[in-house]
Design a protein around this ligand. Sequence first.
Ligand SMILES: Nc1ncnc2c1ncn2[C@@H]1O[C@H](COP(=O)(O)OP(=O)(O)OP(=O)(O)O)[C@@H](O)[C@H]1O
Ligand SMILES: [Mg+2]
Length: 365
Amino acid sequence: MSNQLTDENIMAALGQVKDPEIGRDLVSLGMIKSIEITGSTVDLTVELTTPACPLKAKIESDIVDGLAALGASTVRVEWASNVKRSFGGPAADLIPGVKNTIAVASGKGGVGKTTVAVNLAVSLARDGARVGLLDADITGPNVPLMMGTTGSHVTGVGGRVNPVVAHGVKMMSIQYFLTGDAPVIWRGPLIHSAIQQFLRDVEWGELDYLVVDLPPGTGDAVLSLSQLIPLSGAVIVTTPQEVSLVDARKAIKMFEKVNVRTLGVVENMSGFICPDCGAEHDIFGSGGAESLAREFGFDVLARIPLEPGVRTGGDAGVPITSSQHPAAETSRAGAALRELGRTVAGRISVIAAPFAAAGTAGRPN
Ligand SMILES: Nc1ncnc2c1ncn2[C@@H]1O[C@H](COP(=O)(O)OP(=O)(O)OP(=O)(O)O)[C@@H](O)[C@H]1O
Ligand SMILES: [Mg+2]
């Protein structure tokens, strides 16, 4: 039986194992980096399209099943990752080291965009990705507060600016240029040039994902930001009630207008778990995001419950997904946000696959 364990047979068997998200086999995707056969033991290195792979366990069990059929008694898989680029165009040249950009948006204010953006970034970083977070909310920058960096200021030389780093994420916000709480009352053109500088002049280095926290609304300001920043896709945040859903619909249509793909919808404040009785209460209703997603043919990427720890984490600058948050291991909202990171990473891998196949994926790693 074990004489079937040859490189050729193993490659043929792995050619039958599909990356469930991308829908193509591991061999044609170039994911098998090495094979070592020692008796009936096989050691493999498999290169994933993201370190935050949502379907790693499924891929591993399919590999083990496939090789067991050839007589392998032990299969050891070592995981590597190579995140591919999923956007192009002239504006992409402003951030040559950035592989993917994900906007977090909503039509309505206060629904949890910054909370989702911050936790999405921290989740991806905790899974081993290189992550940046761009606070594109120039007049209401909240990223520094939620990441515990309100006291940080930019440093740099020769016109280049270093990002501020916390919770494993590189960040840039207008707040890092200001002293005190004076409001920013800039209008369109100044905001435009600030964002351009954030893209062009910040030392982002190599990033797998740059998460962009957009300001609320669907007016001219947000519309022009969505055109200015080269985007792989957008995550739309809504709460379950109708007023938020109506505005989320507007946001989706705005992105359609500027040819930015919507990755899906996040329903935030989706049910409240009573800390006293443990029962779940739908304070803002339920099912709204589901019907919105169905209307446009998207998925609900995550449902994040309303939980005091999310708010206290935001106020204290320790996101619920950070290992430093006291409820990191127990919070249901935290678990949903960790899962959101993997789901979004999976979606991005699917988008990047045709770019990589067409040889338009920027530079090799
Ligand atoms: N799931 C949640 N559970 C508890 N509190 C939450 C949750 N999501 C957001 N919050 C809290 O709600 C408030 C508003 O959230 P956040 O600032 O993220 O919204 P936003 O959409 O970015 O607002 P803006 O439109 O002003 O930019 C914050 O205090 C945040 O901590
Ligand atoms: Mg915000």
